[in-house]
Design a protein around this ligand. Sequence first.
Ligand code: G3H
Length: 526
Amino acid sequence: MKSIPKEFQLNEIINHTEYLINGKINQWDGKQASVFSTLLCDVSEKEPQLIGKTPEMSGDFALKALEAAHNAFNYGQGEWPTMKVYERINCMENFVEKMLSKREEIVKLLMWEIGKNLNDSRKEFDRTVEYINDTIEEYKVIDRKGATFQNKSGVRALIRRGPLGVVLCLGPYNYPLNETFALLIPAIIMGNTTIFKPAKHGVLLIAPLLEAFQESFPPGVVNIVFGRGREIATPIMKTGKIDVLALIGHSSSAISLQDLHPQKSRLRLVLGLEAKNPGIILKDADIDLTIKECISGTLSFNGQRCTALKILYVHEDIKDEFLDKFSKAVDELTLGLPWDNTLLTPLPEPSKPKYITDLIDDAINKGAKIINKRGGEKQKNFVFPAVLYPVNKEMNVYKEEQFGPVIPIISFNNISTPIKDMSESNYGQQVSIFGKDVDTLGPIIDSMVNLVCRVNLNSACQRGPDIYPFTGRKDSAVATLSVHDALRSFSIRTFVASKDNELNKNILREMIDSKKSHFIRTDYYL
Ligand code: G3H
């Protein structure tokens, strides 16, 4: 094995013992969970390597975090939800500046903890910083729009967006920084208070940010606890004191957490869940471009993206050419360590290689073949992507969101086949359609926009750019995220209305001039 570049070496086991509750960084002296990296347990059959320890906090501490968030919100009377918008923005600007100094440390941990390659780890960090800066700018726009009075049918109104309350934020392991912050940051800036528990992988990389959170926000606004989801989130949800469950992950977790809440209609949901985005390749598709997009679509970060292309439909007329060229392109990919910047890297979940192998075996038993030469080659921390054809609906790889390196392919003669499958699917996030003929594409696009929430033309599915709406139909999402939409999702419109008479006009004028209210104002934040 090549030696690890000096700047990416981990010189010692990271003993992380800190957590943040009510503005205090405390030391945890209880049970700890071990953090393992699968990076080096390759063909040599070495076991995953211990790289750190992190607090395995109990439900009591989760409830302390909840109490801190609840008190900081204080039924909307707390310092944070009533603070002037520009003061909240100042806190966020302060945070992002401190966060920037942690880039190298966090990028290194992204590689070790989840195996994301160097370029993508850097992109995850930089994209998150950009997301925060864009959120700040967008909040100013929303605030400016809220600075005008309307007057209709003799009722004058000043309508703004206000916070919802206490938000529980749970992010996924594949984007432990970006997707978690894409929930946390808009939630905070809109005046909510939060409890945040890092994902099951990608935990150590949050530790370098505790101080930045502590120094940037008033006590109780951001509370960060570590431990198992069940242990931490269960008691919190049972209290009924959570106003928003913000989760990107699996629907099974989202459903069981919702079920614990005693007053369901009070619980707002912001969820990004499973998807099975199809790539549909028409007979006039530009094959080389399609192959390039399907490689990145199916296999960026080894297919561990909710937006990954998880099933390909190829027109019968070009099936042979596509399968041949695509399989060769897959076989040319190299597996490396994250700092080698290869597309394929070790899988962070020790159980994933077996799961993927089981999917492949099940498909073979039900009639599929592995089309590419290297497909299914297994080592302790990886399975080489298998291109499976022909796939049918009985196979688990058709039914399940594989979230890993295996590519099921189905051929079709009539576009009604993939469209029917999409209609019957439980998921409805995105689709990629590859083709050129406008007469054919037009009606297909018109059908698909009503089955999913983003139709990608001759392009792989993806979430970004983050200013675009990210959402899904059916079981794929609840609420919409984008820089703008997330601010809406974590807030509610609330307004002051008054009958249009002299008394009220005078009060409002005086209120604006005297700046006695943080809500009734018409100033313009630059
Ligand atoms: O895991 C799902 C992510 O939202 C995908 O984001 O398309 O930018 O990789 P991405």
